[in-house]
Design a protein around this ligand. Sequence first.
Ligand SMILES: Cc1cc2nc3c(=O)[nH]c(=O)nc-3n(C[C@H](O)[C@H](O)[C@H](O)COP(=O)(O)O)c2cc1C
Length: 152
Amino acid sequence: MAYLTRSGNTRVVADALSRTLGADLFEIRTAEPYPADYEAHVELARRQSESEATPGLAENVADMARYETVFLGFPIWGGALPAPISTFLATHDLAGKTLAPFITHGGYGTGSAPESLAALAADARILEPFIQECDAERDTLRLVDAWLEDLS
Ligand SMILES: Cc1cc2nc3c(=O)[nH]c(=O)nc-3n(C[C@H](O)[C@H](O)[C@H](O)COP(=O)(O)O)c2cc1C
């Protein structure tokens, strides 16, 4: 079970799956962490997507050969597969494995992610993804700003 998360939505799904299946849990983190600030993160992710960057990961899964099935979770960034997931797929051999994707998004759907996944994991057997719309951090931040505005 490998997953990428910023605000924790995808982790909720990963944790639930891992508990139920008794699966190993691996958080995909970039060597250079993303900015804590939401807008700065969005901007960096946009630039990486434009340049088709594959940012280096902090750590790789130790022994992929042990796993027949890989659950791979990620949020949608800019209507697409996040760059760290492209890196993950480029650096981990999923050939001949079953890939079960779980995807969270903020209300705009999965965009081009399923297509990209199919292209980048062409040698895996990809199962029907679990897709869940989750609270977007952006919406919460807007409401917090509005509340502070009301208070002042
Ligand atoms: C950089 C960035 C870009 C995002 N772009 C989209 C998008 O294009 N469409 C969408 O529906 N949600 C978008 N979101 C919202 C997330 O996909 C959604 O909130 C997701 O559940 C977050 O998962 P996480 O909590 O595991 O990070 C974006 C969030 C971030 C941080």
